[in-house]
Design a protein around this ligand. Structure first.
Ligand SMILES: NC(=O)c1ccc[n+]([C@@H]2O[C@H](COP(=O)([O-])OP(=O)(O)OC[C@H]3O[C@@H](n4cnc5c(N)ncnc54)[C@H](O)[C@@H]3O)[C@@H](O)[C@H]2O)c1
Length: 369
């Protein structure tokens, strides 16, 4: 197959490396206006064909039904290249966040439908990791009884993209380029995880907030208007008819105490885990004859694909009709619509409700790679 990558920066190189895990021969092409980015990409991928712009790259050959285009540019430059790639007749996998807002996400979905091509988003990096599979099994086995609340918090300090992490990519700090801060950068993984674990039909955003606490260590004289801390009070409407309230929080910087914890509370027990960290146990908190007992839940063997391999491998698995945790088409746009709703509720304090059109891919222990 032919893999075309638009944008040849940090994440583009991980997609090129992921191609080695596809079950077919792959020819790699990449386009980036930056000579430094092209040089770095060529060094890691000497066989790749490099182009200065995406249109020229895609026009150089007629589209083939197996072609896949990955859009790996900053969010401000996802829409136009992705539309161009879809209109060239190719399947398109877009880096997270899919789009700057819900309107752009729906425009991409419409273009994919009109072209009969698949649209995917790369927020699947943590899907299928052992801890998430253990949680899915616990939910299927209903080991907490009737769930009544989920706490879902990943609150880090001093890990802002564009400052403490990847400081050369200052675009992360500028909302006109990045669309927003930590909610655009990490929110897609959170929403992707919540959709996969609970498969709601609808998500209500009851209240939301963003914060931008400063350390004094910010780079001077650059546009920096993005949040580093965000949260929301959500309600997931489950297909069973039950409602699951979620206390959601995410930060790449907070002046307070870092915390990474998910805890699902139910009528007979709770389960807890560390979102995004399969090295930590998934725990079952129960009472036996009145006494509290904590047991570790079994998790499947460590997955062989890294988080960076997963978006491309899942997307191609889906295209080829194999079991896959890819996030595609309406589900990809739904994720962007939920993030957009959280920002809008944080801005205007109005609750809103998002229908999940899905379908949300799910699978079980047996197909893990
Ligand atoms: N860096 C990470 O760890 C990471 C992880 C997961 C996802 N992502 C996502 O990947 C995307 C890119 O991030 P990155 O870290 O690779 O950024 P980066 O700054 O390393 O690279 C972006 C590249 O895109 C190029 N570019 C900009 N506009 C372009 C256009 N119209 N056509 C072609 N190339 C263009 C730039 O010249 C630059 O080389 C973002 O959506 C980001 O959220 C990044």
């Amino acid at each position: 197959m032919r893999l075309y990558i638009i944008g040849a920066g940090v994440i583009a190189r991980t997609h090129a490396a992921a191609a080695a895990h596809l079950q077919e021969d792959v020819e790699i092409f990449a386009a980036d206006p930056s000579p430094a980015a092209r040089a770095g990409f060529a060094e890691a991928n000497p066989a790749a064909a490099l182009f200065e712009n995406a249109d020229g790259m895609l026009a150089a050959q007629d589209a083939h039904p197996d072609d896949v285009v990955v859009v790996a540019t900053p969010p401000r430059h996802h829409l136009e290249p992705a539309l161009g790639a879809l209109r060239s007749g190719r399947h398109v996998l877009v880096e997270k966040p899919l789009a700057m807002n819900a309107r752009e996400a729906d425009e991409l979905l419409e273009a994919a439908r009109a072209q009969g091509r698949m649209l995917g988003v790369c927020s699947t990096r943590f899907r299928g990791l052992p801890h998430n599979e253990a949680v899915k099994r616990a939910l299927a086995d209903r080991i907490v009884g009737d769930p009544y609340h989920l706490r879902f918090q990943t609150v880090w300090a001093h890990s802002r993209a564009g400052i403490e992490y990847q400081p050369e990519s200052l675009w992360f700090l500028d909302s006109r380029q990045a669309g927003g801060g930590v909610l655009m950068d990490w929110g897609p993984y959170d929403v992707s995880t919540l959709l996969e674990l609970f498969r709601p039909d609808r998500v209500d955003v009851l209240a939301a907030w963003v914060g931008s606490p400063r350390t004094g260590g910010e780079p001077p004289a650059v546009v920096h208007d993005t949040e580093s801390h965000a949260g929301a009070s959500l309600v997931l409407h489950l297909s069973s008819g039950d409602r699951l309230p979620v206390t959601y929080e995410r930060a790449n910087h907070t002046p307070g105490e870092p915390v990474s914890r998910a805890e699902l509370h139910g009528s007979t027990a709770a389960i807890s885990w560390v979102p995004f960290d399969s090295a930590q146990p998934v725990l079952h908190h129960i009472h036996i004859t009145g006494e509290p007992v904590v047991r570790e839940l079994p998790a499947p063997a460590t997955a062989t694909l890294t988080p960076f391999d997963r978006p491309l491998v899942f997307f191609v698995d889906r295209l080829r009709g194999r079991p896959s945790l890819a996030m595609v088409d309406a589900a990809a746009a739904d994720e962007a619509r939920i993030i957009d709703a959280i920002y809008r509720t944080a801005a205007d304090a109005q609750a809103r409700s998002i229908d999940v059109r899905g379908p949300i891919a799910t699978t079980d222990f047996a197909v893990l790679r």
